[in-house]
Design a protein around this ligand. Structure first.
Ligand code: ADP
Length: 392
């Protein structure tokens, strides 16, 4: 059965088509700069990558082109062959603890949740509507970044703010990257050969979050009401003193929302280094002796270690530490710096094993008290799996 996994952003639309349940990836691609000048798309299949520059006034045209490419490249003969479409939705609030069908009622809830996810949910709704218009007969589903974190207890998800902010405004921790944390923790349990495990999953990409997973269920995570909480990220600040917002707004004559944009887009590795949000550029800066890149990296690693240490205590031990996403899968030096700082817990890196990028593998020594693994994430496959299960 052919299942399409879709991730719509405000000006982009990423997709991967799978043959399920074989989990075979047939084609993937991304439409970029939708609604802007110079829009284009790239598609990958059969080991080839093709780029085309086209006008993409809206997500509708992107979705129509996507379907046309599937036919032109003989991946399908007929639109009806696509039986299910799974949509990634960032914020499911406290409404969804699992993936669901994209009924009008559920889409309405996703729309309403735009209030707490203004950067993410409106784009998802646009993507869902475009897909429903072009292939109305396919089963459409919603797969939430937040649902894996719905098992978190209120002690961990509440903020110490006026209680009415929670009851009236839904202010609480929701967490994100749940699809990835779920995927890698399932894979880790397969590797460990059991499900009664204590895992610390580190999704470290441009956005970054860490979760504590007990017996397959998430008990805590570092992102919060929005993705800008917890770790220092590519361009997000993560945890900071909340009073900084009003202080900087007053001093610089900015609105709270303008300060928030700076905390999301001009902070993190980029803000400290002044160079880039990309950890490869930071590494290069460090090699050239750039002091601010050195400082940025030290701060970045410290936050990750702080969270791992805190979750180690919360879980009452740890059976495995998992690294995933762009930095977690590829940055040999960042992984080494993190694991070296965890030596107090008996963690021992194996440098030869760690000298690898993007492959599922053990990276600690056999006598390490806690094993650490790289497990490449596959959120698209997780979305397709949930969609297949709701479609078949
Ligand atoms: P997101 O999905 O949050 O946009 P990704 O998980 O794709 O992010 O991660 C992208 C980041 O991964 C890049 O910004 C870069 O910092 C990092 N990255 C990718 N490749 C490498 C590499 N070879 N070495 C170090 N970091 C890398």
């Amino acid at each position: 059965m052919k299942i399409l996994s879709v991730n719509a952003g405000s000006s982009s639309l990423k997709f991967t088509l799978f043959e399920m349940p074989e989990e075979k990836e047939l084609i993937s691609g991304v439409f970029e700069k939708i609604g802007l000048k110079d829009s284009f798309y790239t598609i990958k299949f059969d080991g080839e990558k093709i780029k085309k520059e086209v006008s993409l006034p809206s997500h509708n045209e992107a979705f129509e082109l996507l379907m046309k490419e599937l036919v032109d490249n003989k991946i399908i003969d007929d639109y009806a062959e696509i039986k299910g479409v799974g949509h990634r939705v960032a914020q499911g609030g406290a409404y969804f603890d699992k993936s669901v069908l994209a009924t009008d009622e559920n889409i309405d809830i996703v729309s309403k949740l735009s209030q707490i996810a203004p950067l993410h949910n409106p784009a998802a709704v646009i993507g869902i509507k475009a897909a429903k218009k072009v292939i109305p007969d396919a089963t459409q589903t919603l797969v939430f970044d937040t649902s894996f974190h719905q098992t978190i207890d209120e002690v961990n998800y509440m903020y110490a703010v006026p209680y009415e902010w929670y009851t009236k405004l839904n202010v609480r921790k929701y967490g994100f990257h749940g699809t990835s944390h779920k995927y890698v923790s399932m894979k880790a349990n397969e590797i460990l050969g059991r499900n009664d495990t204590k895992l610390i999953t580190c999704h470290i990409g441009n956005g970054a979050s860490i979760s504590a997973v007990l017996n397959g269920k998430c008990i805590d995570t570092s992102m919060g009401l929005t993705p800008n909480a917890g770790l220092m990220m590519g361009s997000r600040c993560g945890d900071i003193d909340a009073s900084i917002v009003s202080y900087v707004a007053e001093c610089e004559n900015l609105t709270a929302s303008e300060v928030n944009t700076k905390l999301n887009k001009e902070s993190g590795l980029l803000g400290i280094s002044g160079v880039s949000s990309d950890s490869r550029d930071i590494e290069e800066g460090i090699n050239n002796g750039d002091e601010r890149c050195i400082l940025a990296q030290k701060m970045y690693v410290k936050r990750i270690v702080d969270y791992i240490a805190s979750y180690y205590v919360e879980l009452g031990g740890c059976d495995a530490i998992i690294f995933t996403a762009g930095v977690g899968e590829n940055s040999i030096s960042t992984r080494k710096q993190i694991l070296d700082k965890l030596s107090v817990l008996g963690v021992k890196i194996d440098e030869e094993r760690n000298n690898i990028r993007g492959k599922e593998t053990l990276i600690t020594a056999d006598n390490s008290k806690i094993p650490a693994y790289i497990i490449p994430t596959n959120e698209e496959l997780m979305i397709a799996t949930d969609t297949y299960n709701l479609t078949k």
